[in-house]
Ligand binder design. Structure first.
Ligand SMILES: NC(=O)c1ccc[n+]([C@@H]2O[C@H](COP(=O)([O-])OP(=O)(O)OC[C@H]3O[C@@H](n4cnc5c(N)ncnc54)[C@H](O)[C@@H]3O)[C@@H](O)[C@H]2O)c1
Length: 323
């Protein structure tokens, strides 16, 4: 279910209809519902009719920066839209696993309070407690989240509550940078996809503060999907997982420039702005140990280099078709 709201949030470059066409062509039984998740009656009716065996809820207004300009649309989509789905599931299929894409922005800017060390090309934690990254026990309270982060906290807590209060098999996946060849990256969201697009098209990329050494952990969408399959096979109630690429798949902006330059042979053009994005993390990578302990068959299968290569190939392909 997707109403292509991404094109409304981010303009034509955020349009995902090309991906919908791909799904329709490649998956014979694919059925699409162009429904707005804010349409409560529509969601209740659809879920009541379908009684899905699993719900994977990924629809959202996903940008930090965009949210401040559209707080009603952001909250109605992220928080209320999620409640619409949860309640629809409780009424129609309470036994079905319900997986919600949450975000690491639920931790607000609290990760920035961890002592850091500045290395040549990146920031890193200078506290052994975070040697493996940020765990799920990290506080989501009393920090600056951005309007987007706050609407995602509301949905995250509600998804947990439907698990704890109603006993439904729900979980929140608090994503680091989720990406892959099919992302429609734009300046305001989808950093790796957008950065590669800029390189391929020889457009300047804007670096927002932190000396370009800010660190993100990147995970291929297929590894996210693999985790969901594992969870659905043995679901728990009201769980929370930090899902990202972990330390091994982390990179700073400048390290990302070097990696993409190596693949395309094109020098990355960029401009540097002193001011960081409000509430932006300086260094964030997910501690994956809880996921691996509870679902030992799951692991990261796509290293960073493969992710870069797939995104480069995809942009070459997509841009040559749109030219
Ligand atoms: N990509 C990341 O780095 C990242 C990181 C952390 C969390 N997440 C979360 O993962 C989920 C998916 O993110 P993504 O990167 O694929 O974003 P995306 O924008 O590519 O996908 C979200 C989809 O939801 C659709 N949508 C938005 N509002 C809608 C509405 N009202 N009704 C129906 N459909 C609607 C959009 O058209 C879009 O296709 C989101 O919940 C996001 O917050 C993503």
């Amino acid at each position: 279910m997707d109403n292509n709201e991404r094109a409304v949030f981010f303009g034509p470059e955020g349009d995902t209809s090309w991906s919908l066409n791909r799904l329709r062509q490649n998956i014979p039984d694919y059925r699409h519902f162009e429904l707005d998740i804010r349409n409560r009656e529509g969601v209740l009716d659809l879920v009541a009719g379908l009684k899905p065996a699993i719900i994977v809820h990924t629809a959202a207004q996903p940008s930090h920066d965009r949210a401040a300009a559209i707080p009603f649309a952001d909250f109605d989509t992220n928080a209320v839209g999620t409640l619409n789905f949860l309640e629809a599931a409780r009424r129609a299929c309470p036994e079905s696993p319900f997986v919600h894409m949450s975000t690491n922005k639920v931790y607000g800017d609290l990760p920035n309070s961890i002592r850091l060390k500045e290395l040549e090309t990146r920031w890193d934690y200078d506290d052994p407690a975070y040697e493996h990254g940020i765990p799920e026990t990290f506080s989501i309270d009393q920090s600056k989240h951005s309007i987007f982060g706050a609407s995602k906290v509301a949905s995250d807590v509600m998804v947990q509550e439907y698990g704890r209060y109603f006993g439904m098999p729900t979980c929140c996946l608090r994503g680091g940078c989720l990406t892959g060849p099919n992302h429609s990256g734009v300046e305001l969201h989808g950093f790796l996809s957008y950065l590669v697009r800029c390189n391929v098209q020889e457009r300047p990329y804007k670096v927002f503060g932190y000396k370009g050494k800010q660190v993100r952990d990147n995970i291929h969408s297929e590894d996210v999907a693999n985790f969901i399959v594992n969870f659905a096979a043995a679901p728990r109630a009201g769980e929370v997982y930090n899902i990202g690429g972990g330390k091994d798949n982390s990179c700073s902006i400048f390290e990302a420039f070097a990696m993409v330059e190596e693949l395309t042979g094109k020098k990355q053009q960029f401009s540097y702005l002193d001011e960081n994005r409000i509430g932006d993390h300086i260094c964030y990578y997910s501690d994956l140990r809880k996921m691996k302990a509870q679902y030992p068959k799951w692991t990261i299968t796509r290293p960073l280099k493969t992710i870069f290569q797939e995104i480069v190939d995809s942009w070459h392909n997509r841009l040559s078709h749109s030219a």
